[in-house]
Design a binder for this molecule. Structure first.
Ligand SMILES: [Zn+2]
Length: 503
């Protein structure tokens, strides 16, 4: 006598407004009606598998595992499901497992619209298509959600769930941004202790505790939370996203999640809509204290703002030499052997400033060039394409509705779905191209900002050589100094040249 099982599961394609129980009860009714009409009677309770956990992979679904085990006995004629994706919307390896299990045990898959015999080549092909279709859709939904978030972040909105210390999350129109709150004073204090007083993060934590300033969720400050604050660009009005995204990978056959720091080109780093709490200079000085400080002897004070970033054309570092009766000079560390002549620090600084200003002008020209108009055009392309993608998503939802309610046959569905998929691919391609253009504009603006910061700090009479050096190191990779040995005469010395390499 023929024996059938029934497998019930709520998937992500089902309405969010219905509970697992409601969805399962609805499907149960559909399948029992089908069984009564086509299989000669309802499926007995003992043969019904109800998946109540929401696992996408087979490994996460205990009832599915139990079902697969029973199929192996070979006495089962078929399994009833409302549609193929109830069995799997997971990855290709899951699809393979299911196809093999049903095919080699001659177990049918029965749905109200079609019965699949996986020993049959055409049925198998069609079944595979149905499973991967489900998977594509799931990936697509994730992608769309991600794109929406990226779009929002790129506009400078705050999309995190909890506002960083120092800010409140406030809704403006349809999006969220940050507004400084009473904690902002603590942020300023932390930066001041770190940058101006040079105190360590553990001592800062202890000081705050002593001042009875409480962190948000715990009793005491930790040095880790202090360090996080000191590195977070949200306090200079920036929004950083994707900095640590969750990465899933296989390890010993299991999927494990981790949150490594993303590579720099994967982050989004833009001007936020929110007000900064500290200045760019203070923030750069703070970053500089994290491992980027020049190696100086403990007690000698740094007096060369270009320490570590200026080299003679022979490859040796340029040394700052204060003079008894005249202006300080910069010379090659092996001046005697290399022969490049020295110059006054003042001369070199002026030349560096001139080069930096020149670089800024060049970048600004880049922004003002006809290319920049293209960027504006790209922005409108991005808007239009996003709008169309949204419309497409609605169409896609409707398509699934039509299939599930039986308005469309599977054939019609496959056909319509292919049309939508092709259009979606076109739009996605157009979107990523336009976005790449937009990003390059952001990076030019960032560079201008960084270089302007460098000019400002070099010219700042109040900034110490140490602060200047720390900041310049974040922007300049190297400066190569060159000055010919030959002396024409004392009053007309050979000019020196500088080559600046930015980070
Ligand atoms: Zn040299």
């Amino acid at each position: 006598m023929a024996k059938y099982y029934m497998y019930l599961r709520k998937s992500r394609a089902d309405s969010e407004h219905e509970s697992v129980e409601e969805v399962l009860a609805k499907h149960y009714k559909i399948l029992q009606t089908y069984a009564s009409e086509k299989l000669g009677g309802p499926i007995p309770e003992a043969c019904i598998f109800r998946e109540v956990v929401s696992g996408e992979t087979i490994q996460d679904r205990p009832e599915m595992l139990r079902l697969l085990d029973l199929i192996q006995t070979g006495n089962i004629s078929g399994v009833l499901v409302v549609d193929p994706q109830r069995l799997s919307r997971g990855d290709l390896s899951d699809c393979g497992t299911i196809i093999r299990a049903f095919r080699y045990t001659d177990t049918l898959i029965l749905t109200p619209t079609k019965t699949y015999d996986l020993a049959d080549k055409f049925d198998r092909k069609f079944f595979e298509m149905e499973l991967t279709r489900g998977n594509d859709y799931l990936e697509y939904v994730k992608e769309i959600m991600l794109r929406g978030r990226i779009a929002s972040v790129s506009e400078g909105n705050f999309i995190g769930s909890v506002a960083p210390y120092g800010y409140d999350k406030v809704k403006v129109g349809k999006t969220y941004t940050l507004v400084p709150n009473g904690e902002a004073d603590t942020i300023r204090l932390i930066y001041s202790l770190w940058v101006d007083e040079g105190i360590g993060s553990t001592t800062i934590a202890n000081r705050l505790d002593a001042l009875h300033i409480r962190p948000r969720k715990s009793e005491r400050w930790s040095n880790a939370s202090i360090r996080d604050i000191l590195k977070n660009p949200v306090y200079i009005g920036k929004i950083r996203w994707n900095w640590r995204k969750v990465v899933k990978k296989y390890e010993n056959g299991e999927i494990v999640s981790s949150r490594p720091k993303a590579s720099k080109d994967e982050w989004i780093y833009v001007d936020g809509k929110h007000e900064p709490i500290i200045t760019e200079e203070v923030f750069q000085a703070s970053l500089a204290r994290f491992g980027k400080l020049p190696r100086t002897k403990p007690k000698s004070k740094l007096n060369n703002p270009f320490a570590g970033i200026m080299h003679c054309s022979c490859g040796r570092p340029m040394i700052y030499q204060p003079q008894q009766k005249s202006a300080a000079r910069l010379h090659c560390a092996y001046q005697m052997r290399c022969g490049n002549r020295s110059a006054t620090y003042q001369e070199v600084e002026e030349e560096v400033l001139r080069s930096l200003r020149h670089a800024i002008e060049d970048l600004k020209e880049q922004l003002d060039s006809p290319l920049a108009e293209d960027t504006t055009a790209y922005k409108s392309v991005i808007r239009t394409v996003r709008k169309e993608l949204n419309a497409l998503e609605t169409q896609q939802e409707r398509l699934y509705e039509f299939l599930e309610t039986g308005v469309y046959t599977s054939d019609v569905f496959v056909q319509r779905n292919a049309v939508l998929a092709a259009r979606r691919q076109e739009l996605m391609d157009a979107l990523s191209e336009a976005e790449a253009q937009e990003v390059s504009e952001i990076s030019v603006q960032d560079k201008i900002l960084a270089l302007s910061g460098a000019v400002a700090i070099i010219e700042d009479p109040c900034a110490t050589a140490e602060a200047k050096n720390s900041f310049l190191k974040t922007i300049i990779r190297d400066i190569i100094y060159h000055r010919e040995t030959e002396i024409r005469d004392k009053w007309h010395p050979v000019p020196f040249s500088l080559e600046i390499f930015l980070k």
